[in-house]
Design a protein around this ligand. Structure first.
Ligand SMILES: [Zn+2]
Length: 337
């Protein structure tokens, strides 16, 4: 989209999570101009959530005007099954909506062109363009938090498959035993998510922990029970990653989400366990995500700028943001959201 001379522009980026929303105004170089946070009122139903998204978008649009920047589009990423070509939020267990034409609803409510996307796929795109997978054509991004979800970038393009690609958390693994949120047993997510790790430690030790971070701290102190729970999770993740390496052959596997904060405590044994399972496959590098909890919001911003570039421009040829951004932002995405 052609920018009018003298007018600074930005996009609104919004990452809608199960409990909170992270918003930002991002300029062409993906620098955050301002940030906003909000609660996701998911217990009040999908309409309340859509209203809260609308309010936060309007608030950010007003803030853009206040600081003298024109918002051109908004990128909004959400969890669940998202049909990006149709711009519909097909299903989200967490947020309770079904087959919602979310982009159209938000465009009508805000007056801004809104492009929606899937939170983890957008995070994977951001890691691929701006973060730890930059420079790789084939990358697997795995977010390990309350659940486990993955995003694939193959030959430089996100793999969507109707919104169903990347449900790595529901791969059946040998160590899988407990009941998964999807209703089945044996899923990776029921063994290796941050929630599952905390729950397994609590169940085995009788000592209640707040979360996986506490278990990681116990592993660092060589607590035998914590080490057993951790090792089981690592082996299950390695099994799933080996399956991905065999079928999809990513050059790099980027580990993100809350559990990635464990750093080497997770990645070092995971590299060994993965290596042990590979023979003739291409061996992926295993690295920690660079954008952390900001990946989804940066991904939403990338979608926003792609939408901006797709808008009819007066006489100016489209100039894909992807190339410009990856050149300019490169090592500068230090800008914290
Ligand atoms: Zn499952």
């Amino acid at each position: 989209m052609a920018e009018r001379a003298g007018t600074r522009t930005c996009v609104i980026a919004l990452d809608v999570g199960g409990t909170s929303m992270k918003g930002a105004l991002l300029d062409r170089a993906m620098r955050p101009l301002t940030t906003r946070r909000g609660a996701t009122p998911r217990h009040q139903g999908p309409e309340a959530t859509v209203d809260a998204i609308t309010r936060l978008l309007r608030d950010l649009a007003s803030e853009a005007v206040r600081i003298g920047v024109a918002p051109v589009t908004a990128g909004v990423v959400v969890p669940g099954i998202v049909d990006e070509p149709a711009q519909r939020a097909v299903h989200s267990v967490n947020l309770g909506w079904r087959d919602l034409p979310l982009a159209a609803v938000l465009t009508n409510a805000t007056g801004l062109p809104v492009r929606i996307g899937h939170d983890v796929r957008a995070g994977g795109l951001a890691e691929s363009r701006l973060g730890a997978a930059r420079g790789f054509d084939d990358a697997l991004f795995v977010a390990i938090g309350t659940g486990i979800s993955a995003a694939l970038v193959i030959e430089g393009r996100p793999l969507r498959a109707g919104g169903y690609a990347g449900e790595l958390g529901h791969l059946t693994v040998a160590a899988g035993a407990g009941r998964c949120a999807c209703g089945r047993s044996g899923c990776l997510e029921a063994v290796a998510s941050a929630r599952a790790i905390a729950a397994a430690y609590t169940a085995r030790s009788g000592h209640e922990v707040e979360g996986a971070e506490e278990v990681a701290a116990l592993v660092a102190r060589a607590d035998p029970m914590a080490c057993r729970v951790w090792e089981r999770a690592v082996e299950a993740l390695a099994e799933a990653f080996a399956a991905c390496a065999t079928v999809l052959a990513p050059e790099v596997i980027v580990v993100g989400g809350g559990l990635s904060r464990a750093g080497g405590l997770l990645l070092a044994p995971l590299r060994v366990a993965l290596d042990r399972r590979l023979s003739c496959q291409r061996r992926p590098e295993l690295v920690r995500a660079a954008l952390g909890a900001q990946a989804g919001c940066f991904g939403a911003g990338l979608l926003g700028w792609e939408a901006a570039d797709a808008l009819p421009a007066a006489g100016a040829p489209a100039d894909p943001v992807s190339d410009r951004v990856s050149h300019r932002v490169a090592d500068r995405v230090g800008g914290r959201l």
